[in-house]
Design a protein around this ligand. Structure first.
Ligand code: ZN
Length: 466
């Protein structure tokens, strides 16, 4: 069989339960829903980590964060191969399009790409007309956080950049669902209507939508109505991104590049919108940030309308791509994941999944630790967390030896801690977690990266933290 083109789409900060195909009541994702209907939808897909660098490193290497070491400010170790390196070595033309410094060169996740575009950097000084047009779009409220430019670059690459003698691998990272939440017109205020805006403190909502970490540093508390307003702004960004995904898919279809391709769509992590008093994607392993969408479209192998409830994870993406491209099976041995095709088999054995929060303090929070809440916030962020879960039960353990056990099927909001009520389940998941930690923890030897003052400023500004 001819080797397929491979398209891996990662949507930053997209929680699964905000997609209509995952049961969300507001129909905001018609294009992603269509993709899911044309392939397989994994209802139990989970992040390995809940922030950008470790989660992406898991997708691209097939390893858990404690194995690939891309935690805190550590780069990917040079002895760990990326999926792009495998494909490049095996005759693929590889290209990456990313909208965050932490998915690129800074962290070493650009490795193996023949062409790599850090879209978040904006336009160079020589691109005067583009810069002027962008300023005009910003002024009129029609500029986005990179999705349009990303699509333009992809379309241009497919037209003139791609060496057609080779199959291609595209790694596409969109960031528009990440704060600052300010969708371009006409998506802005599509759900947060004028009437609703007149009834709330919009300055407060926009402050949180720009940077939800202010809820921790400034001790902001949101009412139910305010959380609803914030959710509307999040949904507007998702609805816009869905529109851009539709544009990308239409383009691929028009060029007859989709039918023979393997397409995977997922997210690095979700987003808290007030659940458990939490905002952003930090210091938690609750469902809003670990449960992610995962869609596999590959008409040659996967039937339309396939739905799988098998527990799957970021680490499964790497072996899936290697299997579909028929690369040397020995390559798969570097990862600990299982190919998604295997999870689709009738007799697939259900696995236990794992995730971790490494106990880091984000730059924005660290810079504000001197106030009266400093010590409490520091403790909250530096408390490490680990998750082990099956499709129904989930255990969260922390570095202070506290445990929470939930039946996520009966109690999706994770309100009733069952540690004492269900000791057998508790012991089983605790033992699984301990043996996973014993077998995977290795010394962190990777080189750490440091932002230059200028890069850090640009990066934080692009993400709404400045
Ligand atoms: Zn992210």
């Amino acid at each position: 069989m001819k080797r397929p083109n491979v398209i891996l789409i990662s949507i930053d900060t997209l929680r699964a339960d905000h997609l209509s195909c995952y049961g969300y009541k507001r129909p905001i994702t018609p294009n992603i829903d269509r993709l899911a209907g044309e392939g397989a939808l994994f209802t139990n897909a989970y992040s390995t980590a809940v922030w950008t660098p470790p989660a992406h490193a898991s997708m691209l290497t097939g390893l858990y964060p404690c194995q690939h070491g891309v935690v805190h400010q550590n780069k990917l170790r040079s002895d760990i191969p990326t999926v792009a390196e495998h494909l490049q070595r095996n005759g693929y033309h590889t290209a990456g399009f990313v909208n965050n410094s932490q998915v690129g060169n800074l962290v070493g996740l650009n490795r193996g790409h023949d062409d790599f575009y850090e879209v978040w950097q904006g336009f160079s000084k020589n691109q005067i007309f583009k810069r002027m047009a962008n300023k005009a779009r910003q002024f009129s409220g029609s500029s986005d956080h990179g999705a349009s430019e990303t699509n333009n670059l992809i379309f241009r690459w497919l037209k003139g950049g791609w060496n057609r003698e080779k199959p291609f691998y595209l790694f596409i990272h969109y960031i528009d669902a990440h704060n600052p939440l300010k969708a371009p017109r006409p998506f802005r205020f599509k759900y947060l209507t004028k009437k609703m805006r007149s009834q709330i403190d919009m300055a407060k909502i926009q402050k949180v939508a720009d940077n939800p970490l202010v809820c921790f540093t400034d001790g902001l508390e949101l009412t139910e109505t305010e959380i609803h307003a914030l959710t509307c702004l999040y949904d507007e960004e998702i609805n816009y991104l869905d529109y851009k995904i539709g544009e990308l898919v239409d383009h691929l279809k028009k060029r007859n590049l989709l039918e023979d391709s393997l397409l995977i769509l997922t997210a690095d992590h979700g987003e808290h919108l007030g659940e458990h008093g939490m905002y952003s994607h930090v210091a938690s392993l609750y469902e809003p940030i670990v449960h992610i969408p995962l869609i596999l479209r590959y008409p040659a192998v996967v039937k339309p309308e396939t739905v799988s409830h098998q527990p799957v994870q970021h680490i499964d993406i790497f072996p899936t791509i290697l299997e579909s491209t028929d690369l040397d099976k020995r390559n798969s041995a570097t990862g600990t994941g299982r190919s998604l095709f295997k999870s689709l088999e009738k007799n697939a054995v259900a696995r236990t999944l794992f995730a971790e929060w490494e106990g880091r303090i984000p730059h924005f929070v660290r810079d504000r630790l001197n106030d009266k809440n400093g010590e409490r916030i520091e403790q909250k962020f530096t408390n490490k967390l680990w998750m082990s879960r099956t499709s129904d039960y989930k255990l969260i353990a922390d570095s202070r030896d506290q445990f929470e056990l939930y039946n996520t099927k009966n109690d999706p909001d994770e309100q009733m801690n069952l540690c004492e009520k269900e000791p057998t389940k508790f012991t089983k998941l605790r033992t699984a977690l301990e043996s996973w930690r014993d077998s995977t923890t290795r010394e962190q030897t990777s080189e750490s990266y440091d932002y230059s003052e200028e890069t850090l400023k640009k990066h934080l500004k692009a993400l709404g933290y400045l």
